[in-house]
Write a protein that binds this ligand. Sequence first.
Ligand SMILES: Cc1cc2nc3c(=O)[nH]c(=O)nc-3n(C[C@H](O)[C@H](O)[C@H](O)COP(=O)(O)O)c2cc1C
Length: 189
Amino acid sequence: MTKVAIVFHSASGTTGLLAQAVAEGVESVTGVKAMPLEIFGKDIVEGRYQNSELIAQLSSAQGVVFGSPTYMGSVSAQFKAFVDATGDLWAKQAWAGKVASGFTIGSNYSGDQLSTIQFLQVFASQHGMLWAGINLAGGYSPKGLNRLGAQSGLIAQSGDGELHQLDCDTAQYLGARVARLARLYKGEM
Ligand SMILES: Cc1cc2nc3c(=O)[nH]c(=O)nc-3n(C[C@H](O)[C@H](O)[C@H](O)COP(=O)(O)O)c2cc1C
């Protein structure tokens, strides 16, 4: 069984809804299981993320999709604490060869969400992971997917705490894409 983890932080729930949609997309691919893992602020003690169990679970995944709300043009502090806690694994390049992707949401249409995606892309690259963006040209998808047009990862927007249906559908699409790639690359780590 191929596994794809979805590691995310969400304070008011919209990133969590995207994570759920990514997981549904992952599970739509035969032979691939989704592993949602939520980052909670209570696991941060004196600025350090302490949930080593969550981090350990990632070793069994062939793909990992990272998700964070955009806070001040980057990932949330909670997500960054998780990132910093992976330094030992970075030194061993323990995640090298896993497929990676990312998603974020902001309340503005152009609220610097791209910086968050680029942060996630650099993070995955530091770990030697294989980054998968979205192969949907903005404005050209017949179903209107990727409505905001980013291809480095999924950028979503919500001004009222509700998820736009097309962002939800695009998250499912991304989950399915990562699942297929993870299944393809399994054994090539
Ligand atoms: C501290 C803080 C900083 C934020 N910074 C941005 C930002 O830079 N750009 C943006 O578009 N939205 C920004 N937002 C809005 C959130 O990204 C948005 O409400 C998002 O849906 C929250 O995700 P969540 O529901 O998963 O917690 C910010 C919100 C907070 C609380």
